[in-house]
Ligand binder design. Structure first.
Ligand SMILES: *Cc1c(COP(=O)(O)O)cnc(C)c1O
Length: 470
């Protein structure tokens, strides 16, 4: 094997082997241990098991990788994974990733990947329409972190006339960004990466329902204005990562407009409520957003990494990212199209949108809607079971994210219970502090999770609780 290829016969055999192995993994997810032992030495040794100086047998190589992943991965495919929005990938999305890898369309220039570029354009329109935006532009991103970074860059380009040219060095007034203490850390990091630094981010206190406190926000903005700062961006969260809280988007949108700021809504997880008209009322006010982050790889269950940056300002992505260079292909110069690279932080880019397109083709919006509704229902059921077992629910949200504790437990004991539950290998949960008190946190994030799976969780919890208080 002197080249990077295999014989036709070898490839056909390997495809066979792969599909059989992957399908059996997919079928057997309930039987696996959800979380692995974190045996660092064993993992390092396993990774280095094969010499890579010369070629190896491809069958052995594939088997090795599948075995390694089986043993040392937190299995988000398992219905007992009540984790952090990491889904069990849906089949259409998996097929899409495979197809993408084979065709490998280059998503920088439109003319190199016209079908792919138009698929993504179509999806941006679908999502913009569902979210109720009057005008829509957007781009696919690797994740919510990249989409939030895109938002900060768009806000800077929109709010400061010469930003594209002179950058931060050309600013007279220090820019300030506002978000809540419950927001995702990627907002602060986006500010850091944009050259603003953590101190230009005001983390606003939250109210009793863990939503950004609008009164405190206003006072903070006014104080900053008095100091000669320039409030340039307000980043609300629609579905916080910790507890699923949705900021008051109507109120915050009004404040953003009053102070002439860019209004961003981080709806990485909660944006999925767009799938159902009745649920959209929880996102009321999102229509006023200048930009929105939505992760397709969370509630819509496509494989990572797939996120969308959506904007109602159809000029801003061009302003922020347009570049010219001599080596760009020019075949499409007479067409009314957008070269994807002119909208993105990325240059060479994978066809991220296909996972979403194929999910829609195969299951339709109806399939997505039913999944979202079902997971909300399973979440409600879990709340009911927890309350029956005298757990106290500490957060309030329509989404299937449940934070719970018992009054007699210290924070240390809550962590102890969580560790014991994870160690059981039957389920995976996490902890999250609410108002200084550590809670257990379970999120229905797998479309396979059903009533019987909840009973396993409840049993494991009860056992861990009894052991802890003894
Ligand atoms: C998950 C999440 C992010 C980060 O998105 P990634 O896709 O993980 O990069 C940002 N904001 C919120 C609210 C999230 O839940």
């Amino acid at each position: 094997m002197a080249t990077l290829d295999l014989s036709t016969q070898q490839r056909e055999e390997l495809w066979q082997m792969l599909t059989v192995q992957l399908e059996s993994h997919y079928q057997e997810s309930r039987g696996m241990k959800v979380a692995p032992d974190l045996d660092l030495k064993a993992i390092k040794d396993l990774v280095r098991k094969f010499s890579v100086t010369q070629s190896n047998d491809p069958k052995q190589a594939i088997q090795h990788v599948i075995d390694g992943l089986k043993e040392f991965t937190v299995h988000t495919t398992h219905p007992g994974y009540y984790g952090l929005f990491n889904p069990r990938s849906n089949f259409a999305g998996i097929a899409a990733d495979l197809i993408t890898a084979v065709f490998n369309p280059q998503m920088a220039a439109w003319s190199h990947a016209p079908f792919s570029a138009e698929v993504e354009h179509f999806l941006v329109e679908e999502v913009g329409k569902n979210l109720g935006l009057a005008e829509v532009d957007g781009v696919f991103a690797s994740g919510g972190a990249e989409a939030n970074s895109t938002a900060v860059l768009c806000a800077l380009n929109d709010q400061f006339e010469h930003f594209t040219d002179r950058g931060l060095l050309g600013l007279k007034e220090p820019p300030v960004l506002y978000t809540s203490i419950e927001s995702h850390h990627s907002i602060t990091r986006a500010a850091r990466n944009a050259g603003l630094g953590d101190r230009s981010v005001r983390l606003i206190e939250v109210d009793g329902k863990l939503r950004m406190d609008a009164q405190v926000l206003k006072q903070t903005i006014e104080a900053d204005l008095d100091l000669g700062m320039k409030p340039f961006m307000l980043a609300a969260t629609a579905g916080t990562t910790g507890s699923g809280a949705i900021d008051d988007l109507v109120k915050l949108g009004d404040i953003a407009r009053q102070f002439d700021m860019w209004f961003h809504v981080d709806a990485a997880y909660g944006g999925a409520l767009m799938a159902e008209d009745q649920l959209m009322r929880h996102l009321k006010g999102i229509q006023q957003a200048d930009s929105i982050t939505f992760d397709v790889h969370k509630w819509f269950s496509v494989p990572m990494a797939a996120s969308m940056f959506i904007s109602s300002n159809t000029a801003i992505l061009e302003k922020a990212f347009r570049m010219t260079n001599p080596y760009m292909p020019k075949e499409a110069r007479d067409l009314e199209i957008v070269d994807p690279f002119n909208h993105s932080i990325q240059w060479s880019r994978r066809f991220i949108g296909l996972k979403f397109y194929m999910t829609l083709l195969i299951y339709g919006w109806q399939g997505i809607r039913e999944t979202v509704l079902n997971q909300i229902k399973i979440g409600d059921l879990l709340r009911k079971y927890l309350i029956e077992c005298r757990w106290q629910i500490e957060n309030e949200t329509v989404m299937p994210i449940i934070c719970f504790r018992k009054q007699d437990l210290t924070n240390g004991q809550v962590q102890e219970i969580c560790d014991a539950v994870v160690k059981s290998g039957k389920v995976w949960i996490s902890t999250y502090p609410i108002k200084g008190q550590l809670c257990l946190r379970a999120c229905i994030t797998n479309y396979l999770t059903e009533e019987n799976d909840l009973k396993v969780l409840i049993d494991v919890l009860e056992e861990a609780y009894q052991k802890t208080i003894k």
